[in-house]
Design a protein around this ligand. Structure first.
Ligand code: SF4
Ligand code: SF4
Length: 197
């Protein structure tokens, strides 16, 4: 403790001061809160989410770090990270979090923000997969798994990977050869239209 005008105040923390570059000081905290409807400022940094996440080892920024960086407005690093694409939205982290923070909603908000800003995704194949799934729902009102896999492979240039697994799934009847379409396709497709158009 040191004294200032006779009052006790905590000693300055030692170590390198945290400096934010101008590009990183955007009001990310406010933007994510409005996108995700989640108050992630409640995070205790207990790191339970990082320990529980089944994909944590593949992430360049752990889930608890994502929240801390979002609090600090470190937009550039977050929006260019692999983590926001690797998260599969399984909610394991939320179910273990002592504050029940909806981390997948924060990840969704970060992905949306990254697309809004036209940022090249760190994991383009994952974005491509999302696109093929959404496209299948738009065409048929539901996903046609074989179609999604074929389109993904054609567009990602990985035509021959996982062929064995695909053939085994076909043999076991896990993949339908032809797509089936929901009864009211127009209603589903209406969900894709922007309001007012
Ligand atoms: S488990 Fe919850 S409180 Fe703990 S670090 Fe993760 S988000 Fe924060
Ligand atoms: S929702 Fe995302 S961050 Fe949370 S446990 Fe699943 S993959 Fe990990």
């Amino acid at each position: 403790m040191t004294r200032d005008n006779g009052k006790r105040r905590p000693a300055e923390p030692s170590g390198r001061p945290l400096r934010l570059t101008p590009a990183e000081t955007i009001p990310l905290n406010r933007i994510i809160t409005s996108h995700s409807h989640e108050n992630f400022n409640r995070c205790l940094q207990c790191r339970t989410c990082a320990a529980a996440c089944p994909f944590s080892s593949a992430m360049d920024i752990k889930p608890n770090q994502v929240l801390r960086m979002a609090q600090l407005g470190l937009a550039e690093r977050l929006l260019h990270s692999s983590t926001i694409w690797i998260c599969v939205g399984c909610h394991t982290c939320t179910s273990f979090c002592p504050m029940a923070i909806n981390i997948p909603a924060v990840m969704d908000a970060l992905r949306a923000l990254s697309r809004e800003r036209g940022i090249e995704p760190a994991e383009p194949n994952i974005l491509n997969f999302h696109r093929q799934v959404i496209d299948s729902i738009h065409r048929h009102g539901r996903t046609h798994k074989l179609g999604v896999m074929m389109r993904y492979k054609l567009t990602s240039g990985e035509l021959l990977s996982d062929v064995d697994a695909g053939l085994r799934m076909l043999k076991k009847g896990k993949l339908e050869l032809l797509p089936s379409t929901v009864n009211n396709l127009k209603q589903v497709q209406g969900l894709f239209e922007e309001p007012g158009k």
